[in-house]
Ligand binder design. Sequence first.
Ligand code: ZN
Length: 276
Amino acid sequence: MLAAAAGHESRGRCAFVRADRGPWPESREGAVSLTFDDGMASQLATAVPTLERHGLRATFYLNPRGDDWAERLAVWRAVAAAGHELGNHTCAHPCSRAFPWVVPGGALEDMTLEDMAADLDRAEERLSVLSGVPAGRSFAYPCYQDQVGFGSSRRSYVPLVAERFIAGRARGERANDPLRCDRHHLWSFPCERAGAAEMIGLCELGAAEGAWTILTLHGIQEGALSVQEADLAALCAHLGRARARLWTAPVAEVAARLAAWRAAGAPRDARRAEAR
Ligand SMILES: [Zn+2]
């Protein structure tokens, strides 16, 4: 489904992706993914209806923690059924103990790779049940941090993400170059307190480079990392109007298309990036 509209070449499982035309469907200039972290109430109340008013689908990164996860998150089933992605954001949302609000014993510095793998797998089992999507999900690094341990025992957990997910969203400096990006350590722009013009500008700058812009949002007029409802609405209106040029889709969908494009083969650099 992901590539059904693009190209006509028949090459096994990559049948519809023409590498020589670039990765984005119907020769669009670039891709955009809107991502929302932590399952906040304002995302359900405001972001979902705003996105859908403009025909857009996004990725919502959830933490299925605690014994009551199934009841607490049941409301998200309808969001998945409407075509949005429910992404994995771990159960425990571990971050560095350098943050003063991180509970001692529960920080990334206190974890081993085995601890992280167990958390990722637990979250994955629960999100499979919740969303009805058994595999192919994307992941977002809590607090954008990708390492466990401390000092000489510090280790990257990017390989654990690469083994389990179609993509991993971190933070970075630019939109993702389809030839060069690491699908399991994608760059995104944190958008807290950003205005519509700034967010639209990031999407258009990425498109001018033929790249994939990922925006990270949290609350909509909720919490410390929020954006204003009017700014989100203006961003969605722009992306809706620009749909013939900009492909806006959930992270998992764009990542799957990118992987298929690389595997289909024309640009040698891209093929190497996918093989690593
Ligand atoms: Zn988070």
